[in-house]
Design a protein around this ligand. Structure first.
Ligand code: P6P
Length: 281
């Protein structure tokens, strides 16, 4: 692995326990909203501040963009890689003590950049244990982060062939008819696993096989999730693990990036289930 990319992933892994330790005292909302109009928790700003400082300090990092910040921050020293970060994905789960974590995309083009410019991506998942899943050079690896160490627990992670679970975001009455019809079929075949944090739900899909979607909604045709910070990095992992991603008609990695906070309908999981979804839409 390129040293510059390894330094990014190591920094995310070593910062994760400090983010986790800082959650319990930062469950309150501040007076601010992020650029997507979502209220910011003290924990969001805490995680974002640490990751920005530490990632921009790396020689390999040229810029840092975050779901919590309006614009891209350039490093004084330059570098090869451009980071898109969701510092605390699913932070609204903090109140209910459910899963959340960090998503990082490592792009080799200035942002906004499409998913084909990703050279690595990762998510840290704060569950009963802290795990990290990375994708780089056609391989997905799962680690446990414990006692300051990151140790491999799954090499060459691939999505199971036989799907078991599904999780679909948004309100059912707000789903377009074509998605609602697809969902009705899937509900007859798979088990519902939806927890309100994309990375927790996607980790279920990577573990058991299935499909996750936050689809286009009647009230929000571009859906809710952000392309650069959520859609692309997770699509890069799922596709590297042998699955598929789609905005409804093509891989998320092929969606043109025009604006760093642009939203995109997200569908990820077993290839056959995503193929069926595209046929249904
Ligand atoms: P809803 C978390 O806020 C997030 O961005 C994703 O992690 C998650 O999949 C989605 O939004 C949850 O949205 O509408 O179910 O609260």
């Amino acid at each position: 692995m390129d040293d510059g990319i390894a330094a990014v992933l190591d920094t995310v892994a070593t910062t994760a326990p400090e983010i986790r330790d800082g959650l319990s005292g930062r469950r309150s909302y501040g007076d601010t909203e992020n650029p997507s109009g979502e209220r910011q928790l003290a924990a969001d700003e805490y995680a974002d501040g640490m990751l920005e400082t530490r990632l921009l300090a790396l020689d390999s990092v040229a810029s840092y963009a975050s779901e919590e910040r309006e614009s891209v921050i350039a490093s004084d020293a330059g570098g090869d890689y451009h980071i898109a970060c969701d510092p605390l994905d699913g932070s609204s789960n903090l109140k209910s003590n459910n899963t959340m974590g960090t998503i990082v995309g490592v792009y080799d083009e200035p942002l906004p950049a499409g998913g084909r410019s990703l050279v690595a991506s990762a998510f840290v998942l704060f569950g009963p244990i802290t795990t990290m899943v990375t994708a780089h050079e056609d391989t997905v690896t799962e680690y446990v982060i414990e006692d300051g160490d990151r140790r491999v627990v799954t090499e060459d992670l691939t999505i199971p062939d036989d799907p078991v679970v599904y999780g679909f975001g948004g309100r059912v009455p707000d789903w377009p008819d074509e998605f609602a019809d697809y969902a009705a079929d899937i509900e007859q075949e798979l088990k519902l696993r939806y927890g309100g944090a994309m990375i927790g739900d996607v980790n279920q899909v990577l573990t058991y096989g299935g499909v996750f979607a936050y689809p286009a909604l009647e009230s929000a045709p571009d859906g809710k999730l952000r392309l650069l910070f959520e859609g692309n990095p997770i699509a890069y992992i799922v596709e590297t693990a042998g699955g598929r991603s789609s905005d409804g008609s093509r891989s998320l990695l092929d969606v043109p990036a025009e604006e760093i906070h642009q939203r995109v309908p997200v569908h990820l999981g077993n290839a056959a289930l995503v193929d069926r979804l595209e046929a249904a839409l």
